[in-house]
Design a binder for this molecule. Structure first.
Ligand SMILES: Nc1ncnc2c1ncn2[C@@H]1O[C@H](COP(=O)(O)OP(=O)(O)OP(=O)(O)O)[C@@H](O)[C@H]1O
Length: 223
């Protein structure tokens, strides 16, 4: 589903983001991306969603070589990739419902479909009764769940998450991870960047570790 072949990313200030990364994430797989601060985790995720381009090497997503995508094909790629950020980037001048509806409005869905899909996504994260509230009226964990509903509302094939539990206490973090696990059971391919090694161990999925832009090791099914 996601393939990196000899990918390097150098920034204009000569900072090395990633160096010679070759990696394969199968369709329906769930994996964690770990490594020290500055190891290259966010850079790797940004290359998948085309927020950054490699300096050399190739990235494939769902059979598409990203360097060959025409400009007009990029929105379709992005619709197939849901993204969850640590700071969830919700709009605080809109309701929970409107925040989750944004990707569907951008994609041009009709209002009936939008209503059904937004409520299905809010139901998945246990927030159906909060749709009319402003996100500011929610707890940090609930806000993060709104971000997850927004990422999943298009039913993307791939879900990427960058430190999705960074600001949450251990119980809420475990709850969020359990929801990702559920989406994965339903077939979504998932890659989660996190520092939370305790949580990673408990989840028992594959772990991909970066060290100063290099692939450090890959452990299948950590015990
Ligand atoms: N736009 C940029 N311009 C210059 N250097 C950058 C840029 N983005 C990232 N870097 C550098 O690339 C390296 C990898 O950064 P990245 O954000 O991918 O790390 P990370 O593992 O996600 O770190 P953290 O856990 O702190 O979020 C760092 O040295 C960083 O300073």
């Amino acid at each position: 589903m996601i393939i990196f072949e000899k990918v390097c990313k150098r920034f204009s200030n000569e900072h090395i983001g990633l160096d010679d990364i070759t990696l394969r994430l199968e369709r329906g797989e769930m994996a964690f991306l770990t490594g020290h601060s500055g190891a290259g985790k966010s850079t790797l995720l940004k290359l998948i969603m085309l927020m950054e381009r490699p300096t050399s090497g190739q990235v494939w997503v769902g059979g598409y070589m990203l360097s060959k995508l025409r400009r007009g094909q990029i929105p379709a790629l992005r619709r197939n990739i849901g993204v969850v950020f640590q700071d969830h980037q919700l709009l605080f001048d809109r309701t929970v419902y409107d925040n989750v509806a944004i990707p569907l409005l951008v994609s041009g869905y009709n209002p009936n479909d939008i209503g059904k899909r937004v409520r299905a996504a809010l139901d998945m994260v246990g927030l159906l009764d909060r749709e009319k509230l402003n996100p500011l009226a929610l707890s940090g964990g609930e806000q993060q769940r709104v971000g997850i509903a927004r990422a999943m509302v298009n039913r993307p094939a791939v879900l990427l998450a960058d430190e999705p539990t960074g600001n949450l206490d251990p119980d809420l973090s475990a709850d969020i991870m359990q929801r990702f696990h559920m989406f994965n059971q339903a077939g979504t391919t998932i890659l989660i960047a996190t520092h939370d090694l305790g949580l990673v161990k408990r989840m028992g999925h594959r772990v991909i570790t970066l060290d100063k832009g290099h692939l450090y090791n890959q452990q299948e099914q950590m015990a």
